[in-house]
Design a protein around this ligand. Sequence first.
Ligand code: ZN
Length: 258
Amino acid sequence: MRVNTLKRAAVAFALALPGAAIATVVAAPAAHADGCYTWNRNLYQGRSGSDVRQLQIRIAGWAGYRDIVENDGIFGPKTAAAVRRFQQAYGLRADGVAGPQTYGKLYELQDNDCTPRHFSFTELDDGCGRSGWSGGPRPAAETRENALRNMWKLEALRRSLGDKPLNISSGFRSETCNNRVGGASDSQHLYGNAADVTSRNSSLCQVARAARNHGFSGIYGPGYPDHDDHVHVDSRRENNRDNSSNTTSWSAPDCGVR
Ligand code: ZN
């Protein structure tokens, strides 16, 4: 058969190559098939589509001070600036264009379930033990998606603090859980949109201050009632269906964060 002949020919060719040449052939990059998501074109200002949305989820943590990157599938100036900051943070050429280098870094950072390398759904679904993302005011799938977006911001925050572990002491909370722990009745934890963070490597004030540059619109830390042992970060501005809290709200008076 033709295929077998070709295969045999390829084997014979490989055997005929000197060792160094074989190593070169093996190391050549294959077309990337990522376990989570694969981009198929370069993205830059002016482009739009679901691939832009996928990119926005992953670079939303590089929004810049007091800003957010909308997850709208439109590659505008804010998305370009966030891509540039992402590229800078990982030592890539900072041109604001998402191409092979940027995708390569994102593939390296993401797990097969699309969470960033250093955070997991298990970790974020733990307000009072795991609840499978149900029991909140929104459907489980939406709640889980919120948590995913928040995790990419946490990955950016972690990177900015020297890539040392950040621990999550409370993530998603069902209504029952939120009542049990005395959370606010409109807590962003109910939406999977919040994380309480602690760190052994950075002070809580360092965490609270840095969070301002990574897309978090809700930040509460030292000096704010009941927040002296963790920093609460959330994405309330993206939680558009809850109009009451759709603004930036920061308070960590002991850290000068407001
Ligand atoms: Zn909290």
